[in-house]
Design a binder for this molecule. Structure first.
Ligand code: ATP
Length: 342
């Protein structure tokens, strides 16, 4: 329903969005994830129409809305958006804030529709409060109710949960997710929080320096990252150099199996939870440097020569700092880079 083709935007000499391509399907939640300054918000602003592209085009439901001479004004695009700071009107109460987004309805119907929207986000009892009398999570839900009110074709969410504390963030996220899915909305979420992207989105695009490095489902992108950056940005990963010999690669940790036949100098990624620790048994050994107990699980940092490797284990692993261990892979390693022979 949304197609972005070769979208490019520069500010002065700096290209902040560099020829990106992606599509968002009907009823799909699509996440743009990447570090601060990689161009996520600029991409959203181009889609809303607050910025104009230098190159490329944007199509919404088959209609060109930007690019190639077309410049549809933001209010005509039928796109809703929710920002990090909610942007609620401080002098209006909750129901007036929501009704404000319903200008297309006759006045008498606005309040009734705003009430229905507040019921959707379970805030009907707080209709009379001013924004400063609400928690961050409640304000966020008002902002969402206001943006879905006009029944937009697409909703854009820019770091919508980042100012909430971690517990509220999780519950608000789940509620917003359920609401978007029950209304069968299409949405784009911008976040730098990889866990949020993995749990919230149907598809993820990982951005770095204005470019998209990879697009796929959360599971696929986590399981098969294509670059070292994607491997380490979405979850923790061990990136190792080695020599691929067909079905396996020789590394500091020993031999790791490869899913795809590969030959030559490569860098591979293996996730900390895809390695199991065992007492030395004739293979490469490392020394435990740190044992990080987190209640539900443990992370070990293990030194193999100059290489530090991370391993996640069950909460009850008994290995201690200073012990020598061997690591056994329980999943394939993934090639994330082919290295030149120097
Ligand atoms: P964050 O997660 O920190 O919000 P982001 O990925 O959303 O980052 P953008 O806000 O898109 O990044 O900014 C990308 C780059 O473009 C940044 O270096 C920013 O300083 C720059 N930039 C954004 N808007 C403008 C502007 N109007 N004029 C000049 N530079 C800008």
């Amino acid at each position: 329903m949304l197609t972005v083709q070769n979208l490019t935007k520069s500010f002065g000499q700096t290209t902040v969005v560099s020829s990106i391509n992606f599509t968002v399907g009907r009823e799909e939640i699509f996440a743009l994830v990447g570090p601060s300054g990689c161009g996520k918000t600029t991409t959203l602003r181009l889609i809303i129409g607050f910025e104009q592209p230098d190159q490329g085009r944007i199509e919404l439901m088959g209609q060109c809305i930007a690019g190639e001479g077309k410049k549809m004004p933001p209010e005509k695009r039928e796109i809703g958006f929710v920002f990090q700071n909610y942007a609620l009107f401080p002098h209006l109460n909750v129901i007036e804030n929501v009704a404000f987004g319903l200008k297309n309805l006759p006045k008498v119907k606005r309040k009734q529709q705003a009430k229905t929207l507040l019921e959707m986000v379970r805030l009907q009892d707080l209709w009379n409060r001013k924004p400063h009398e609400l928690s961050g999570g409640e304000q966020q839900r008002v902002a969402l109710a206001r943006s879905i009110g006009p029944n937009p074709k697409l909703i854009l969410l820019d770091e919508p949960f980042s100012s909430l504390d971690s517990e509220l963030r999780e519950s608000t996220r789940l509620e917003v997710y359920k609401l978007l899915k029950s209304l069968r909305m299409s949405a784009i979420l911008v976040t730098h929080d990889q866990e949020e992207a993995l749990s919230f989105a149907d598809y993820i695009a990982v951005m770095q320096k204005g470019r998209i490095e990879q697009i796929n489902t959360p599971e696929e992108i986590y399981r098969k990252p294509k670059t070292p950056f994607v491997a380490s940005f979405l979850g923790r990963s061990n990136i190792l150099k080695g020599v691929a010999k067909g079905s396996y690669v020789e590394t500091h940790l020993g031999r790791l199996d490869l899913e795809t036949e590969t030959y030559g100098q490569v860098s591979v990624s293996i996730r900390p939870e895809h390695l199991v620790m065992q007492t030395p048994n004739g293979g490469s050994t490392g020394t435990i440097q740190k044992r990080d107990f987190k209640g539900h699980d443990l992370t070990y940092e293990i030194q193999f020569g100059e290489f530090d490797c991370f391993v996640h284990t069950n909460y009850d692993s008994r290995f201690q700092v200073g012990e020598c261990v061997e690591l056994k892979p329980i999943e394939y390693a993934v090639v994330v880079k082919r290295n030149e022979i120097t």
